[in-house]
Write a protein that binds this ligand. Sequence first.
Ligand code: CP
Length: 330
Amino acid sequence: MTAVLTHLLSARDLDRSQAVAVLDTAAHMAETQSREIKKLPTLRGRTVVNLFYEDSTRTRISFETAAKRLSADVLSFAPKGSSVSKGESLKDTVLTLGAMGADAIVIRHQASGAAHLLAHSGWTEARIINAGDGLHQHPTQALLDAFTLRRHRAHAKGMEGDGLGSDLEGARVVIVGDVLHSRVARANVDLLTTLGAEVTLVAPPTLLPVGVETWSARTTYSLDEAIEETDPDAVMMLRVQLERMSRAGGGFFPSHAEYQREYGLDTKRLGRMRPDALVMHPGPMNRGLEITSAAADGQRSVVVEQVANGVAVRMAVLYLVLTGAEGGPS
Ligand code: CP
């Protein structure tokens, strides 16, 4: 029996059977997206509000696409041009949106814990989905990454479909770069290890958070060593979050050239990886810094596929959260 998803606040909230159920539901959703008519009537009459206080291309547009493909009404809110610029609080904004009948609120916010606050505030009855909160979590990114990995593993093993029912037991994933500022890294460590994968984090000491030794991942400062020792199934490059670094006064690494040399994924490092190892990046990418164009656009790159899978995964999350279903759809 799989527990029903009330909200989706953190990848840590999912146990293995729930995570597999979301991935299975996403696989069913992905199948519907290869049809000529992509739209399903599943969420007709429901309203999904996208409440994005931070910039986004992929997450915002794919949640919007996912909700529309399920026939929900979608309201997209951005603080710029709204009464937030007049000082309206998160509480009053949410009360206002609730009065317009929001069934689900998809929130991205610069404050870690914003999604949790909304879910437990009593300000709204709406289901809350975390689309990225501060440095904390980005659960749907981790789910789409796991979905992408599982699908490739299933194809490599000659399994039927997209690996329905399977986890990631024994998969080896190396996550590289700005772990300190990365909610993607935190969510991925939680979800991948829940699914049975072995995760290695690679970063300079200045880009590892205090307490990283308590995470369920191995840590090293050397990308070359990680590739050689781990023989990874996938290398996930993290965006160097230059905007957060400059707000903190900079000084996290000596120069872009040195970062690229020590931690960038380039053709030379690709050559030391297995030919079937995947190159992943959540986007947006700093081409020429954490990843070269040759690696980003090469045959092993699944960066664009990750974006496409994001729609199916977000359809699954909206469906499960809004209908109370345990898996499916039937
Ligand atoms: N991966 C990700 O969250 O991208 P966006 O910031 O464009 O949504």
